[in-house]
Design a protein around this ligand. Sequence first.
Ligand code: DC
Length: 219
Amino acid sequence: MIITIDGPAGVGKGTIAKIISKSLGFKYLDSGAMYRALALFANLNGVSDNDSDRLKKILIDLHIQFIDDKEGERVLLNTDDVTEDIRTNEISTLASKFAANDIVRKILREMQRRMIKDKDFIAEGRDMGTYVFPDAEYKFYLDADLKIRAKRRANQLKEILGINMNEENVAKEISNRDNLDMTRESCPLHPAADAVIIDTSNMTIDEVVLKIKTVIDNA
Ligand code: DC
């Protein structure tokens, strides 16, 4: 069974998806981490987001793996552990730019479908319920006010990277990214017609988890 959770930056999709995947015993697909790893890889190879010919060539050598260890999930780019490297603001912005390239999206979409094949998964991202897994059994779209999302993202940056970021700057970064993610031609971010939309602005993590589980249990 596939459950999709989509939504804009900083809405808490990752946190919620992880909790639900643990409690249901499902695997978890962090599709954003794949766009981030790809952006890091292309950047290290000196390839820009609009150079589709070179991107096609280097992406043949891109292998992204998720592994579970004691500290939680790790992201491997080829053999390198890039779990922390892909969480910087620079990579967030780059990931969004590379994600607008249709070749990049086609390659990652195929990888995502292969990873999930015939397994129980919570797939989290921007286009999971709309373009990658349109037949998913349950679809959720999380949203929240920009200021609240900026606060959540700033807290996350502090937790993961130990960086103190000004919330106004974080708000600018995520609003630019949302704009790009929602207006690109290839698979833009929007709720699927059959998604349950949840405004999490005034909800705790536990309340959002409960809401999602209630929808699933009562279906
Ligand atoms: O979820 P995230 O912040 O880790 O995602 C980083 C960027 O990757 C996001 O700004 C747009 C892109 N992305 C995408 O286009 N499609 C997805 N399914 C997931 C992420």
